[in-house]
Design a binder for this molecule. Structure first.
Ligand SMILES: [Zn+2]
Length: 209
């Protein structure tokens, strides 16, 4: 699989460009900003974007989605439990001193256990509420890879003090759905360095019994 990880915007959200090496069909996950650079990666690998997947409706993850949709024609997918948060993008922009982005239109909801495809690539949607109500992770079983959004970080977990956040829910999501994955699974968090499920199971202070 082609996989480029580009930290975008002032909060350095990890935007992933994931593509099938044979068919060149691709998905882009969390195009928060810097869409010209994202498009540069798409051209570099000669990719055709089939899906724009948003792990949750925070501005640093979704801010560039409409620009990318205009450039590629690909639909934007977001779990419906985050639609209310998406309507607050102007409020979110004010929190971090950014200009409010244009209104983001969602083409379809991402539901738990649904499979998202691009060429031979298949990702399972895990609904993992807690950081936000509609947070999801994307699990690529054939590649042993998890795109975790802001649910799990190396040595930490997503904050739960923003609207829609719940500490009890994020812990339940992590224990029931994320830690259910194999230890060797590579985790690509929404910010910061990569990790594995095994490392986090062993040493993440938020995940100890
Ligand atoms: Zn977030």
């Amino acid at each position: 699989m082609i996989h480029e990880i580009l930290p975008v915007g002032p909060l350095q959200c990890n935007c992933s460009v994931v593509g099938d090496e044979t068919t060149h069909e691709a998905m882009v996950i969390d195009p928060g900003d810097d869409i010209q650079q994202v498009l540069g990666l798409i051209r570099k690998h000669n990719l055709q974007v089939k899906q724009i997947v948003i792990t949750h409706a925070h501005i640093d993850h979704v801010g560039g989605a409409m620009k990318l949709r205009k450039a590629t024609g690909a639909p934007i997918l977001l779990n419906q439990n985050d639609y209310a948060l998406l309507k607050m993008l102007d409020v979110q922009a004010a929190w971090i001193g950014m200009a409010a982005p244009e209104k983001v239109e969602i083409d379809s909801s991402l539901n738990h256990a649904e499979t998202i495809k691009a060429g031979s690539l298949e990702a399972q949607v895990l609904h993992t509420p807690g950081h936000t109500e509609g947070s999801v992770c994307l699990y690529f079983p054939a590649e042993n890879k998890l795109i975790a959004g802001d649910t799990l970080f190396a040595g930490s977990i997503g904050r739960t003090d923003l609207p829609g956040g719940s500490y009890d829910k994020i812990l339940k999501s992590l224990h029931d759905r994320v830690l259910a994955l194999p230890d060797e699974t590579i985790v690509v968090p929404g910010h910061g360095p990569l990790t594995t499920i095994g490392d986090e199971r062993e040493s993440n202070p938020f995940l100890q019994k």
